[in-house]
Design a binder for this molecule. Structure first.
Ligand code: ZN
Length: 75
């Protein structure tokens, strides 16, 4: 799987964000400790990012996204 670069710091040290409350087993915990998975918590908004940068702690989305302003005003 190609690494996705962070739009903020251009680092490729990114991982996917898991939402909800996944059953954390040893494998998943190891993934998280290795920085390959980031837990986004159980709050899911309409604008939930799906990637997390381990370097600058920025959450971002790989999909072409609209800004919150655009979501609110329907532009
Ligand atoms: Zn970054």
């Amino acid at each position: 799987m190609p690494r996705i670069k962070c739009p903020n710091c251009n680092s490729s040290n990114t991982c996917r964000i898991m939402y909800g409350e996944p059953a954390v087993d040893e494998k998943l915990e190891a993934e998280a400790n290795a920085g390959r998975v980031h837990f986004g918590g159980c709050v899911v908004s309409f604008d939930d990012p799906n990637r997390h940068c381990n370097d600058c702690e920025t959450d971002f989305d790989t999909k072409a996204r609209r800004s919150i302003d655009e979501e609110l005003h329907g532009r």
